[in-house]
Ligand binder design. Structure first.
Ligand code: HEM
Length: 417
């Protein structure tokens, strides 16, 4: 008798998600796969037992429903991200608040919330504007008549440097963090899609960042500055609201959650504009609608394709019974193109208004960095579209991550208009 061949990652993917996100076709355009997945139903139990949620209403309802969260248990390593993100170098388990339920989630989120209010974010506006102008001028000078890669010259450094300022990370350390955050971001994918090396890099990246923030906090304890780490140190000193381990894990979360996502909203958004020249022209003619345009770019091709949750009690979703402890995967990318929620959902329409898209999530875990991400993307896109932009044909390289969808290289010629 011959032994059955081990299932391929593509087979496991289909059994887990009902579709295979590892193909070049999916990377180029996930929406054919999402359409088929939506047609299977709003809430579908995949053969491996995950609940896959692809319709807008059901995704939005899970995000706002206290019956779903993260729980105390450490769910299956292969299907969720919690276990992999909870063990610190010293073996203690301190989860970042993105993976916590109330009341710990509420306590920690509240401590950092004021650093991300629109008013606070406005204080970073001028710095962001001059950073974008400088980096663009430098990239153009270096490229001469040739194209520049928008990802490495603008989309990556700008969010990294702005986040660094907010937290208190020195500019000279930012390049190192970009690569650690990229490793952590890649590690958000389900384990079946990762190599052992990628898993090891994700874990060591996280440990390195946690250690860095520990050292930075000690420096700020002696000599505070106007940054978030200094503020958190004073909270930690003041009493029982924040432990040192929580401080380090929280800062690591902010840097890693904020960097790769903003980078890819800029990249995906610029690619969408370049591929839809009539929309680019519309934006140039309607610069006062830039905020709406950024929301539509987030809906149309946002970075965060999926988030997970665990049922905290026996419950029901879209007519399906969900048992306590079962995992649901919310396919935000599919929900944002649900034809029941949006007219001509697969089309980019920068003049669109109406329902808020799920690109920043919803409910108690709604992206805390949304005002910052919007401001940074707004400045970058607003500046770039003032120029004559030409995409180099066939040179765009897709990113590899499934959870965080993005472009690895985006070569564009940039001239004055
Ligand atoms: C375009 C850029 C961004 C996108 C698309 C994005 C997307 C998201 C999404 C979908 C969630 C919800 C996760 C869930 O429900 O499980 C989330 C949460 C979060 N985001 Fe963002 N994000 C972006 C930028 C940022 C920035 C700039 C920061 C911080 C500096 C940040 C920090 C966070 C944190 C800390 C959470 C967890 C919030 C909580 O659990 O209460 N994000 N983000």
């Amino acid at each position: 008798m011959t032994e059955a061949a081990a299932p391929s990652p593509a087979d496991v993917a289909r059994a887990m998600l009902t579709f295979d996100p590892t193909t070049p076709e999916y990377r180029a355009n996930p929406h054919a796969a999402y359409r088929q997945a939506r047609e299977l139903g709003a809430v579908v139990r995949s053969p491996l037992g995950l609940w896959v949620v692809t319709h807008y209403d059901e995704c939005a309802s899970v995000l706002r429903n206290a019956a779903f969260g993260w729980g105390d248990s450490a769910p299956d390593e292969d299907t969720t991200t919690t276990t992999r993100f909870t063990t610190n170098p010293d073996g203690t388990q301190v989860r970042p608040f993105i993976f916590l339920d109330p009341p710990d989630h509420t306590r920690l989120r509240k401590l950092v919330n004021k650093a991300f209010t629109p008013a606070r974010v406005r204080t970073l506006l001028e710095q962001t504007e001059s950073l974008v102008a400088d980096l663009l001028a430098k990239a153009r000078a270096e490229a001469g008549d040739g194209p520049i890669d928008l990802m490495s010259t603008i989309a990556r450094p700008v969010p990294a440097l702005v986040l660094g300022t907010l937290l208190g990370v020195a500019d000279e350390d930012v390049a190192r963090f970009q690569s650690l955050c990229a490793d952590i971001g890649r590690g958000l994918d389900l384990a079946v899609f990762l190599t052992p090396e990628q898993i090891a890099r994700r874990d060591s990246g996280r440990h390195e960042l946690i250690a860095y923030f520990g050292e930075l906090a000690e420096k700020r304890r002696v000599e505070p500055r106007a940054d978030l780490v200094s503020e958190l140190v004073s909270v930690e000193e003041a009493g029982d609201k924040l432990t040192m381990a929580e401080l380090c894990v929280t800062c690591t979360l902010l840097l890693s959650a904020g960097y790769v996502t903003t980078e890819n909203l800029i990249g995906n958004g610029m690619l969408a504009l370049l591929r839809n020249p009539e929309q680019l022209d519309w934006l140039r003619a309607n610069p006062d609608r830039l905020d709406d345009a950024i929301e539509e770019l987030l809906r149309y091709d946002g970075p965060t394709q999926l988030v997970g949750r665990v049922a905290l009690e026996d419950t029901e979703l879209g007519g399906q019974p969900i048992a306590k402890g079962e995992t649901v995967l919310l396919m935000l990318g599919a929900a944002n193109h649900d034809p029941a929620a949006y007219e001509n959902a697969d089309e980019l329409d920068l003049s669109r208004s109406g329902r808020r898209n799920l690109g920043f999530g919803g409910g108690i875990h709604f992206c805390i960095g949304a005002p910052l991400a919007r401001m940074v993307t707004n400045v970058v896109v607003g500046e770039l579209v003032k120029h004559d932009l030409r995409l180099v044909p066939d040179a765009v390289r897709a990113g590899e991550s499934i959870t965080i969808r993005g472009v690895a290289e985006l070569p564009v010629t940039v001239r004055d208009r």
